[in-house]
Design a protein around this ligand. Sequence first.
Ligand code: ZN
Length: 448
Amino acid sequence: MNTRVSQNPGRAAVLRFPGWRPLLLGLGLALAAVTGYQQTLTAVTATEPVALPFSPSMLEVPAPIPDLPTLSPDSIRELLPPPRTRSEHYVIQPGDTLEQIFRHYGIAMNDLHDILQTDEQYLVMDIIRPDTELTFEFNEQDEFQALSMQTSMVRTVTYRRTDKGFRFYEIVRPTQWQQYIVRADVSSSLYNTILQTGLSEREAMEITHLLGSKINFQRELRPGDTFDAIVSDEYLQERPTGERRLDAIKLNVRGRDYVAIRFADGNYYDEQANSLTPALLRYPTRYHYRVTSPFNPNRHHPVTHRYAPHNGVDLGTPSGTPVLATGDGIVTRVANHPYAGRYLVIDNDGPYSTRFLHLSKILVRKGQRVKRGQKIALSGNTGRTTGAHLHYELHINNRPVNPMTADIPTMTSVPDKQKADYQQLVDNYLPMLTRKQISLTDVSRNQG
Ligand SMILES: [Zn+2]
């Protein structure tokens, strides 16, 4: 039963309702007939209640049937068909607001606020884009139960009503990665050379950043140097999701190899297993502030008993405290949320990303590259807070972790007990990165 907005730009949402109303009316009457007159149960369950035509004779009490066991209301419920529910689908149009959409389906604003409150820890709702399809579920009493949406090709999130508020659920579909090799001869800058292979500007930036600690490209790079990389594209069944992973990189500069290999922890290391992923700061502020609310993914509110995980750590920063990037990365989101307030998200190098909530002022733009320790915002009290503080989140591979205790890169190397695994990866990748056919001119150039 789909309810869709007609594709009519520039006009208010026009909705077509399919025929669920008469259906529900019929169902209601049938149920009334069943529960009101238990003796007719066998007759009613023998047919589909919804299909029963309403007739005045149904309201007449038939004569009792002998030997029919007396049924409790509970057992009647078990005998009835599963609860009738309905779902409605709505495709977001430019200019829509969540309030409008919720009102359209007759859903209480309290429910929207409850969802947004839960969403403070996930930040999905305020960045819903046009063409996203929202699915609203209603129970047999026609009460709103759940809101679902697909946030990417592989991820579906649901906010489902519980007796402790709305709870967040996430389904991530399994994908496959397909590995291949890209190669280019250095022509101008390394950046442009990488772009020639079909990798993105962002990947070019990440690669130059990873290798930048080892070599000064501008001074040392020459035509005839080579760039080779092993990359993987993500597929959902046969379709590419658009996600790409850099598995291994090799830059050969005047015969010398500079290598970066992505290990199982998501960090990059060189041939000798020394970390290339820049270190992260533990604290997002210059001075250390008291933790006013710790990271707790299973938190329940002590008073309201709401299910309320806390995916970050609250630091007791007075409004206006400088907020620092905890690692190098790219600003991927600058946004405003009714509960999270003014916030920003940074995709840090490696498997890390960081979020900063309730800010009073943001000092960076979306798409901007930031450096560890850079002042990116001022803390504040925006959104729904009980006082000024900084809510700071650290995610590793898209999962929130405790930023105060998580393993963060500190410019070291692969742990000893994993060195054998890493060496195996190196032994596997290096031959793949090596160009097999070297012409005589290549040899002479390398020797010159
Ligand atoms: Zn918090």
